[in-house]
Design a protein around this ligand. Sequence first.
Ligand code: HEM
Length: 420
Amino acid sequence: MLRLLQRLIASERWMRVLGALSPSLRIWHPDVRRDPYPNYRRLREQGLVRMRLLGGWAAARYRDVERLLQEPAFSTDRDDVALMKMVRRATRGIPEFENLVDNNLLMIDGARHRRLRGLVSKVFTPRRVEALRPRVAALAEDLLDRMAAREEVDLIRDFAQPLPTIVIAELLGAPSADHERFRAWSDDLVELLDPLLGHEGFDPPERANRELSSYLRGLLAERRRAPRDDLLSAMSEAHEAGDSLAEGELVALASLLLAAGNETTTNLIGNAVLLLLQHPAERKRLQNDLALLPSAVEECLRFEPPVQLTDRAVVEPVELSGVQLRPGTIVLGLIAAANRDPERFPDPDRFDIGRAENRHLAFGSGNHYCLGAALARLEAQVALDALLRRFPDFDGSPAPPEWKRSTVLRGPTVLSVRLR
Ligand code: HEM
């Protein structure tokens, strides 16, 4: 059944049919994917929206999405949701896959989540992230050096993709020569975010997870023998009140960091460059005052969030926007719609890199707030800074590009840029 759904959704034609069958939501429709914001506006105006085809509801208003992410009645533990039961059945008996699901911070909640997250946050600290700044800057310069000889480059393939992959590989402690393999594994793993969108079912993520887990187990054994100053060594030494991470937990957490931090950051950099091409006055403002970079990155995150939506399962009876929800119900939180809610952001469709009050939901909110937010911000700031200094006259088409085929992740597939 799941395979069938995946195959149908993999085809553009069937996506149109699906869009037509669920007219209330329409987020799967290819035309909506090109520019989802008018549709998000319509959904916000409706309040909570029923998902007829998949069951459940979708929240588009800021205050509803914020409640969804913060209140204990909504959980990432989706074991009682029908679709999740189907996914569980399809993956049962694949040990590394079960390990990934059982220890995935985004799928567990409560005490177990607090324990695992606590152990990672103990070592993946703001200080460790900030210490990476000079290395990230050197990597960005190096990638720009390689592009310099060419007149036109694909900013995604040549810059926005390799940068986060090399950073996360080095951070974990893998040789940077292996970053291509890391990228391939993470691209396949990230399909799990969109479990209905995989073209070949669970085979690619399952294979990637098997290979990556075996790679990480090997690396972990080396680091246990001879620890180094990297995240894998630090995670394997992390103890809290006599507690430590078991090998399976460690492998799943390292895989999650890799999968969650790669394509998202690539999309942030790609979306930011595209937004600057589309808003020349704001670009000029930034180029005249690079101290605006941190707030410009926040505005890119608000305006074109790399993660457009997430979901929660209702675990206790609760009311949301006047609708009574029962346990076992799935609710989508449309982050990208909430980020343009006029009740929260004045003139929300205006791209303003100096926006003063910008509490967007691009990194989520509450207990599952993005663990890599500081790293993603740092990478985007450093990447844009390097690009704008090195090639201040870079130029490209402001026309909307081809977007990735995902309702969850948003970013251009290709971004042709002339460096001048
Ligand atoms: C621009 C880049 C990024 C965006 C937009 C982003 C977005 C998000 C969002 C929205 C969530 C919360 C999802 C939910 O509550 O359902 C999240 C969680 C998470 N992110 Fe990120 N992320 C980014 C980069 C990263 C990076 C670089 C890493 C790690 C190196 C990372 C690791 C994680 C982890 C581990 C979680 C799960 C936290 C938990 O459940 O406790 N992310 N991210």
